[in-house]
Design a protein around this ligand. Structure first.
Ligand code: MTE
Length: 321
């Protein structure tokens, strides 16, 4: 557990909160969560420089089990997590995402899980919240060179995959975001092959660190952070963490993600955090933790090498960017 072992990541919510609070939080998490003009999105990912997040209003935050992650890095304040976002379906301006996504309707919400599985299923968001929810405090490193430490609420994707039972042909998992230009004005932009798509190798998807997140800081996900359900894969660049998922398919061929389709020279399938592999336009050796002034060294696999390096044995990590 977190306090005992510095490499441990998962803490069941039941162990971090008094039981009555934990149960009422569960109830709350089970409850439902709740576009304007889109800035012309000619920019590609990475062209926005990290700016100092707004500090005017101090939004309420839920709770977290700890103030630091397993490396001793402080959690990013709630107000920063919810006010500095990448969500191109709403806007490319990080500090306007929250306002533009405020009325995004996430109820009712269904996630269809199919493809090469023996037991295809459609999950209502409440079905997903019925999986045992855990807190996972993870670092998130954006390919643009900034990072945060976020206490997610969610559950391992492997549990959902065990229910649908991938068949022997399945080698990859493909994820898709909602396509609804009426609600997501960014999807009117022709520069991108909407909807947002991401993918994982099956072994990566089955890894215990890989979660479907339904909340953060003890509350449901806010729209700007990918409500009502998103992927979190902490050893990969943030763009792999696809938001507002409506489809998950088990497939045979490597899925082409939105960013691979837009700019294959700059964005690859694996996107493992690697300080030694430059983005064609900038170094990845350091990062700016949101809320801090000094840049800090970027860690191999974002600090999760001990847990995940084995997934890539024999691969040339310089080629698999
Ligand atoms: N998912 C969708 N559907 N659309 C996006 O624009 N942006 C990605 C990822 N998931 C994105 C997305 C990028 S680039 C990052 S860094 C993270 O979400 C940001 O997550 P956050 O806003 O919760 O910090």
């Amino acid at each position: 557990m977190l306090a005992k072992k510095r490499t441990a990541i998962a803490i069941p919510s039941s162990e971090i909160t008094p039981k009555h609070l934990y149960l009422s939080r569960r109830q709350f998490i089970k409850g439902a969560t709740g576009g304007a003009a889109f800035l012309a999105a000619s920019a590609l990912l990475g062209s926005c420089r990290p700016a100092e997040p707004g500090t005017e209003a101090e939004p309420e935050g839920g709770q977290a089990s700890a103030t630091v992650d397993e490396l001793g890095d402080p959690l990013t304040p709630y107000r920063n997590v919810i006010s500095y976002n990448n969500y191109y379906e709403f806007t490319t301006d990080k500090e306007s995402v929250a306002a533009r996504a405020a009325n995004f309707s996430t109820s009712p919400w269904q996630v269809e899980v199919g493809g090469l599985v023996n037991n295809p299923r459609v999950y209502d968001i409440d079905d997903l919240r019925r999986f045992d929810q855990e807190e996972r405090i993870y670092r998130m490193r954006c390919v643009e060179g900034w990072s945060m430490v976020i206490p997610w609420i969610g559950f391992p994707l492997s549990r959902l995959l065990a229910e649908v039972q991938p068949d022997s042909r399945a080698r990859y998992v493909r994820f898709e975001t909602l396509h609804d230009p009426d609600q997501m004005p960014g999807q009117m932009s022709r520069g991108y092959p909407w909807p947002y798509v991401e993918g994982l190798r099956l072994g990566e998807a089955m890894h215990d660190l890989t979660i479907l997140a339904t909340g953060l800081y003890g509350d449901n996900l806010p729209p700007q952070n990918g409500a009502p359900v998103r992927l979190v894969v902490p050893w990969k660049y943030g763009f792999k963490n696809i938001k507002s998922i409506v489809r998950i398919d088990l497939v045979e061929e490597m899925p082409i993600s939105l960013w691979m389709a837009v700019n294959p020279r700059e964005y690859g399938f694996y996107a493992n955090v690697n300080p030694e592999v430059r983005h064609p336009r900038w170094s990845q050796s350091t990062e700016r933790r949101i809320g801090e002034v000094q840049r800090r060294a970027t860690l191999m696999f974002n600090g999760y090498a001990e847990q995940v390096a084995g997934l890539y044995e024999g691969m040339d990590l310089r080629l698999n960017f």
